[in-house]
Design a protein around this ligand. Structure first.
Ligand SMILES: [Zn+2]
Length: 69
């Protein structure tokens, strides 16, 4: 089993994931590049942003990594 998941074309080590957003991002800004994407918060104050499919895959990878079924 891999300890990585792929979000936004990046291989993210699952142990760096702090939390995963439940709802897609919406802030109403015309210049927002993240509208409709899901935030995946990493340690060190970083975030990556992914599609719903990437978000679900990240959640599944974290649960598998922690040994939950
Ligand atoms: Zn925004």
């Amino acid at each position: 089993m891999s300890a990585f998941c792929i979000v936004d074309d990046k291989h993210i080590p699952v142990y760096r994931i702090l939390w995963v957003s439940d709802l897609p991002h919406f802030c109403g800004s015309d210049e927002c590049q993240r509208e409709g994407e899901y935030e995946i918060r990493l340690d060190e104050g970083e975030s990556v942003w992914g599609s719903l499919q990437e978000r679900d895959a990240a959640l599944a990878a974290v649960e598998a990594w922690r040994g939950k079924s």
